[in-house]
Write a protein that binds this ligand. Structure first.
Ligand SMILES: Nc1ncnc2c1ncn2[C@@H]1O[C@H](COP(=O)(O)OP(=O)(O)OP(=O)(O)O)[C@@H](O)[C@H]1O
Ligand SMILES: [Mg+2]
Length: 235
């Protein structure tokens, strides 16, 4: 599913991001340096407010740092205008969030299909891609269910389907199992890990130690700083 030619290297150097809220200043990212090879599997852990989501949004080109450099496969993403950044994001990056963000009026199948529609992919091709993904996620029998007719784990599987339908090289998951019970959480994690085995670069933000320890590389943040970044044996 993930072609080798679209694999992307992430290189972030001296990234800073400060938010102003009234008179108070929050240093959300404090001199972050990261190099992430194509196909890596990382977890990002740390207390609430430590900058995990800010980092993911920055890596996902949803937000810009105040300072620093962010190269995506040698392309300097910070000099690009918003259109070029949006294009890069659409082509290279998938997102999965804690609260799914599905469109309530659309079925599972239609939610997954949406990015292809927006990209102008012809119907026949769209339906073929979506059918493969539904099958892969074990959701073929739920294709016509609306989000409110699905369990939390099933909704998250649909959200994953939508995030991979454009065949991104990088998947950013911000607490993807945060709203799930442990069984559905494990299933969702296994799906994400399977995608990583196929070549997708996977970053997972989690508060769950056991989940964080499944990743080979584990980053810990505090107060906007990366306080540790270690590689471990595969779990
Ligand atoms: N848009 C914003 N405006 C002002 N401050 C913000 C904004 N976004 C984030 N912050 C602040 O930046 C810091 C980092 O926030 P971030 O959302 O990255 O934390 P987090 O590690 O993801 O926390 P959590 O585990 O609760 O999701 C926090 O102190 C937060 O209050
Ligand atoms: Mg967060």
């Amino acid at each position: 599913m993930v072609s080798k030619s679209c694999r992307e290297m992430i290189e972030v150097s001296n990234i800073n991001k400060t938010f102003m809220l009234g008179d108070s200043e929050v240093r959300a990212l404090n001199n972050i340096n990261l190099r992430i090879e194509p196909g890596e599997y990382l977890s990002v852990m740390g207390p609430s407010g430590s900058g995990k989501s800010t980092l993911m949004n920055m890596l996902g080109l949803l937000d810009r740092p105040d300072e620093g450099r962010y190269l995506l496969n040698n392309v300097d993403t910070l000099v690009l205008d918003e259109n070029a950044r949006a294009r890069l994001r659409r082509e290279k990056i998938g997102f999965v969030f804690q609260s799914y963000h599905l469109i309530p009026r659309l079925s599972a199948q239609e939610n997954i299909e949406m990015p292809l529609m927006l990209a102008g992919v012809p119907a026949r091709e769209r339906h073929a891609s979506v059918a493969i993904i539904l099958e892969k996620l074990g959701m073929a029998r739920r294709a016509h269910h609306l989000p409110n007719q699905l369990s939390g784990g099933e909704r998250q599987r649909v959200a994953i389907g939508r995030s991979i339908v454009m065949k991104p090289a990088i998947l950013l998951a911000d607490e993807p199992t945060g709203n799930l019970d442990s069984n559905s959480g494990r299933e969702v994690t296994e799906i994400l890990e399977h995608l990583n085995k196929e070549g997708l670069t996977l970053l997972i933000v989690t508060h769950d130690n056991a989940m964080g320890e499944r990743a080979r590389r584990r980053i810990h943040m505090r107060d906007g700083l990366v306080i540790s970044d270690k590689a471990h044996e595969a779990a």
